[in-house]
Design a protein around this ligand. Structure first.
Ligand code: HEC
Ligand code: HEC
Length: 332
């Protein structure tokens, strides 16, 4: 017990030193003659508690609740059928860890400041509402939230709140998941079985179905989310891409892992991700229309058509370096 306390105190001190160093360095840079305006590099999460109890504060809190307890508010088991927007019982924070505040846990810090943006998947400039609905219809396997409706307004208000102090168009380091180098070989789902049994099954179950918070039908969602099957994300979701899943898993799983102290080695992250994605999940129709410019399609998109002649299996499992080289050679 006391050892654990000591360790966390030391870790706290190390973090403090790192924060001070970062602040110190950016002060020096700002004072220099060729100072560049730069995005804040410190991972700062605005405090929900500090929000006033007025219309704005209540709306942001409602957005936070929708992200944290999606299944209870707009999930497929909520009492009012008109409120059933999500198609599975995941919460946004099943993937956007700690309600989108964890560094490299697919956070929402800095997201609002980065939209509208060009989206290769649609081949057009998309709004933040369209991005939210991308996850509603793919990650949540459900229906889009009505634009301008109270749920969408609350979620976008929460996203704006999480970009407090972030310059529009400025980069926020820590978005997405930590970069993970390609393997020189194909990922091996069979090798992933043993890794899954050793590092994941205790929580997500040998059958990958997770653990419900309550009972089927009570709209309480999951204490531990399922990784495949009817209650998982669909085939069009970002998490259904091997590189996305592998880097998410390496930075965040087993639960409690942080990007700067990963538990799995890189190879194991790729192989266990391949095992997770080898299972059945809800099918999304119309995926062939994604990425109208096929040269912009990610190499690990698990559905065709493709601009190159590599096999669908290689797009699913790699090796990716030869595909990347072929795509690069196609750029005008
Ligand atoms: C199964 C995992 C999963 C769930 C559940 C999920 N998302 Fe996502 N979301 C992702 C991934 C992965 C990305 C990153 C990019 C991609 O699509 O490859 C993403 C990206 C986003 C982005 C863009 C982030 C950025 O910084 O550009 C927004 C906004 C978003 N999701 C909102 C939501 C909301 C709101 C919910 C709940 C209604 C939700 N997501 C549920 C996996 C998920
Ligand atoms: C200690 C329990 C625990 C362990 C061990 C664990 N997870 Fe998770 N996992 C969670 C929880 C809880 C979440 C939901 C996120 C949250 O609540 O922060 C999650 C979320 C996920 C998600 C995104 C949500 C979804 O349903 O798709 C994936 C993918 C995932 N875990 C994969 C893995 C893999 C692969 C391993 C093994 C390397 C693993 N997890 C080990 C508890 C665990």
């Amino acid at each position: 017990m006391s050892r654990a306390v000591n360790r966390s105190t030391r870790k706290g001190q190390a973090t403090l030193v790192a924060v001070l160093l970062t602040l110190g360095l950016s002060t020096v840079a700002a004072g220099g003659s060729d100072a560049q305006p730069s995005a804040p590099q410190v991972w700062m999460v605005p405090a929900l508690d500090a929000l006033p109890d007025n219309a704005w504060g209540r709306t942001v809190r409602r957005g936070h609740a929708l992200v944290a307890n999606t299944s209870s508010l707009i999930g497929p088991e909520v009492r009012n059928p008109a409120r059933r927007f999500a198609g599975n019982n995941l919460d946004c924070q099943s993937c956007h860890i700690e309600a989108g505040t964890k560094r490299f846990g697919l956070p929402f810090i800095g997201t609002f400041a980065d939209y509208p943006q060009y989206r290769a998947r649609s081949g057009a400039v998309g709004t933040i509402e369209e991005r939210v609905n991308g996850c509603m219809t793919r990650s949540m396997n459900g229906k889009p939230l009505p634009l301008g409706g109270p749920d969408m307004v609350a979620i976008v208000a929460y996203l704006k709140f999480l970009s407090t102090g972030r310059p529009v168009g400025g980069a926020t380091s820590g978005r997405g998941t930590a970069p993970l180098a390609d393997l020189p070989r194909a990922a091996n789902p069979l090798r992933g079985v043993a890794i899954y049994r050793a590092s994941c099954a205790a929580c997500h179950g040998a059958d990958g179905q997770g653990l419900r918070a309550g009972f089927k039908g009570d709209a309480k969602g999951y204490a531990i989310p399922p990784l495949w099957g009817a209650n998982s994300f669909n085939t069009g979701a970002g998490m259904n891409r091997l590189a996305t899943a592998a880097s998410f898993i390496r930075s965040n799983m087993p639960h409690g892992t942080s990007w700067d102290a990963p538990v799995l080695d890189e190879e194991d992250a790729w192989d266990v991700a391949a095992y997770v994605l080898a299972h059945n999940r809800p099918q999304r129709q119309g995926l062939a229309k994604d990425y109208p410019d096929l040269r912009e399609k990610p190499v690990d998109a698990p559905y065709g058509p493709y601009a190159d002649r590599f096999s669908p299996l290689q797009h699913r499992l790699g090796p990716f370096p030869p595909i990347r080289a072929a795509i690069k050679a196609m750029q005008p």
